[in-house]
Each structure stands twice: as C-alpha cells, then as structure tokens.
Design a protein around this ligand. Structure first.
Ligand SMILES: [Zn+2]
Length: 472
C-alpha cells in the first residue's frame, strides 16, 4: 500500500506548515559510537547518488520505484535512499523546468524587441545551457521511522534516544539526544504548554566533523482572510523591494546596501589585481589570496534580512487585507535588476516573492500569485501596452491617455486588478495576454471618446467659469 501523499491545501482549508528545529548536536557518549554513522553514510550516499542520476536522466523520480542497484544496506535503508534521491531529483527537475520556461520567455521578449526595433545595443540572443545532474556533496540522511526512531528517555538525563539501524543488522545504534533550552522552547506549544508531536522523519547531517540532528513538527494555520477583503497588489523591485497598490513602499537596495555592495566590489577588484600581480611573480596557486568573498556572503545575508523586514512590515501595516503578487520569471527579474551588480541579482529578487508567500502562510493571510506579463508596460487606466510608456526606470507615463505615476505604483495597481481577472488567467501565452490587454484598450478608447463628447455638457464645465479665480 502506498502512503497517501500530503495534499496541497485548497482555498479556505487550513494550511499545514512544517517547522524545523535544527542544530541539535549528537553527543558522543562513548567514542566510536558515531563512527557507525560514518560507515553508514559512506554506503548510503553513493547509493542516493546513483538514484539521483537515474531520476534526473532516464526515469521520472518515484519514491516507490523498484530497487535496481546492488547494496549492502538493508531493504529499509535502500527504500530511504530511493526516497531521498526522488526528492532531490524532483526539485532539480522542477527548477530546471522553470528555468527553461524563463529562457523561453526571455527569448520571446528578445524576439519582440527585435521585431519592434527596440533591442538595446550589445544585448545578445538568450541561449540555453543544459543543466548538470546534481551531485550529492553534503553528508545528509533523511530517515523515516523504519530506520531511525526517536524514543523519549525517561530514565536518564537525556531527552530522547535515537535508535538507528546500521550496517550491522540486529544491532541498532543508540544515540542519546540532549536538547538545549531553545530547542525545548521551539518544541513546546505556547498555548497548551505541551510538547508538540514530533514528526517521525528526522534528518542527520555531518558538518565540521560532528553529527547534527534536525527534528520537525507540523502546525495547522487557518486562512483568516475574508473573500471580500480589500486587495493589495504588490510590485517587487530593487529600488523599492515592495510597492503596494495603495502607494506604500517598503525596503530598498539603494542607500546603505548599495554603498556596501560598492565597497565589496572594490575590495574584490583589489584582491583580483593582487592575485594577478603575485601570479606573475611566480607565487604558487595555493598561496594566492582567495577570490571568494566573505563580505559578499555577509552582504547577501544582509540584503535578505532587509527583504524579510520589508515584507513583515508590509503585512503588519495591511491587517485584514488580501494580497496579489507577481509570478516573477527569471527574465523579468533580469529586466528589473538591470541596475544591480551581477552576483546580487535574480536570487535576491526571487527571495521577495518567496518571503511574501511564506509570510502569508505563517499569518494565515490570503496571498495569490498572478501573471506578471506586461504588468510594468500596461497603463492601469486605459490598458494600453507599450514599452514607451516607461520613459525611465521610475516613471510611468502613458503615451495615449497621459496618465503619469511612479512606475512601480502603476504595476502594483495592475497586479491588484489581476487577482480576480479570470479572462487574463486563462490566457495561454504572453502574446495572448498582450492581445487581451490591447482589446481592453480599444474598449476603453471607445468609452472614453463618448465621455469626451458628452462631458462638457453633462458636467457643465463651461458654466463653472464665473466662480473661477483663474484670470488667465
Ligand atoms: Zn493610458
């Protein structure tokens, strides 16, 4: 019998979120005990790698696939290896497929600009580079209760015993688990003061010569948002991480972050120069200063923290609302991130929608992704779609109706309007989206020309001149 897989929560149903409690260090009570884990990993990981290759190339990932490689592991461990490989392969396949889709979008955008004659100088035709099959590098074992059992300890100073079956059949390894205070706090339900039910699957990692345990628990979060809650559209960007359709902005890459990034870039340039210089003088490779940048990594963390703060504040200030946000493709991220340094680009921009989704789930707020195609070029008033509506990065100025506003604000209003736009949702391609928007523009023009003819009479604009203080 196959286990029922966890279904994705439908609208209105509570969402199940899994939270991890990490960094529980496995204590070595007697030396050599954990060596059995090393031996296990030594056999387990190469087997996982074999299935990863299989599931990324010849077969679709399937956790229930029949075993097909020889191993000295037990049947149960073999199944765990297949499951872990299927998980890795599945996410690799999903990421690859979405990257490929982005490439196609990018190519379509390129062809469009080529046809319009608006290609910027030096822009090359996008190319697709096939992805490599992932390599299992980290020592990581995701075990279920068939191979690793977590048992409460009642007769010792430890919290749990971890019963791990090993290569030595019939002789499970018993590893004591001692929780720190903050682990206990995380595992205690603040309402009931009871220990939360811990999921039966656990993860073991080996880092810095030590073994670490990760436990997890599930939490149910009910979506609280009412269906008729006001809709806030969110536009994602660099100059402003978040712009909402009610005209608020949260977080920015400009200012301090940009300064830090510049300093970091300078530092790396100087290092690279020094390297070249030393290389010429014949200094051996291993003695050259490294080109990897610790400050760069710190900066990335810092950008992500700023994004998290911005997203949090946005939710806090829009209590009782529901959200619509962009389904960003890599192509549109690149477009938006043009002013940003290469290594900071798309990954950080992609972190914003991720955080929007995660915050919504955690808070029980409805947030829906909507199509982003042409949301930055469409006029939110008359629906004209034109690249020329964006004279520069910040400004939106419609070439037809002259509507002028901040470019991000215009996009966020479009995004809000797309939440209940079934017609747009049904569009298959970018071209269909564009055709639909231009049809709406035609309708707007017809309606508007009627208003223009009737307005002066209806509104009595001519009669208002006596009260006017305008003396020309
Ligand atoms: Zn317009």
């Amino acid at each position: 019998m196959r286990k029922q897989r966890r279904k994705r929560a439908k609208k209105g149903e509570p969402q199940r979120i899994t939270k991890a409690v990490t960094h529980i260090r496995l204590t070595e009570t007697n030396p050599g005990k954990l060596a059995a884990l090393d031996q296990l990993a030594h056999v387990f990981l190469p087997l996982v790698q074999q299935y990863v290759i299989l599931f990324c190339s010849d077969e679709m990932p399937d956790a229930f696939s029949a075993p097909c490689f020889p191993t000295e592991l037990s049947e149960r461990w073999h199944r765990v290896a297949i499951q872990q490989a299927a998980g890795i392969a599945k996410s690799w396949r999903t990421n690859r497929a979405s990257a490929y889709q982005s490439y196609l979008d990018e190519l379509a955008e390129y062809r469009e600009q080529e046809a319009d004659g608006t290609l910027e100088e030096g822009v090359k035709e996008p190319a697709w580079h096939e992805w490599d099959v992932p390599t299992v590098r980290e020592v990581c074992i995701q075990g279920n209760c068939n191979v690793i059992k977590l048992e409460p300890s009642t007769d010792s100073c430890f919290d749990y015993w971890l019963r791990v079956s090993t290569l030595d059949k019939g002789h499970p390894l018993l590893v004591p688990v001692k929780l720190a205070d903050y682990h206990i706090e995380a595992l205690t339900d603040p309402k009931t003061k009871q220990r939360r039910p811990i999921n039966s699957s656990v993860t073991l990692n080996k880092r810095d010569e030590a073994w670490w345990l990760t436990l997890s628990y599930d939490e149910l979060v009910q979506v609280q948002t009412l269906p008729d809650a006001p809709v806030i559209g969110i536009d994602v960007g660099i100059a402003n991480f978040i712009t909402t359709s009610d005209g608020k902005q949260y977080g920015t890459f400009n200012g301090k972050l940009r300064e830090r990034q510049k300093r970091d870039r300078e530092k790396r340039r100087r290092k690279a120069k020094l390297r070249k210089c030393l290389e010429k003088k014949g200094v051996p490779q291993e003695k050259l200063p490294s080109t990897s940048s610790a400050t760069g990594q710190r900066l990335t963390r810092h950008v992500r923290q700023s994004i998290n703060r911005a997203v949090n504040l946005c939710y806090a200030q829009h209590d009782g609302c529901q959200f619509a946000y962009e389904q960003l493709s890599v192509a549109s991220m690149k477009f938006k991130a043009r002013s940003m340094n290469a290594y900071m680009r798309a990954s950080n921009l992609g972190h914003i929608p991720e955080q929007i989704a995660w915050n919504a789930t955690k808070r029980g707020v409805a947030a829906t992704r909507v199509r982003s195609a042409y949301s930055s070029q469409e006029c939110s008033r008359c629906h004209d779609v034109d690249r020329k509506n964006r004279p520069n990065q910040q400004t939106f100025c419609c070439v037809v109706c002259q509507f002028t506003t901040h470019a991000d604000r215009n996009a966020s209003v479009n995004i809000a309007a797309r939440l209940h736009d079934e017609e747009l949702r049904a569009c298959g391609s970018r071209a269909e989206v564009k055709a639909l928007l231009l049809r709406r523009h035609e309708q707007w023009k017809q309606k508007f020309s009627l208003v223009v003819v009737q307005a002066p009479v209806q509104l009595g604009l001519w009669a208002s001149s006596p009260t006017s203080t305008d003396v020309g």
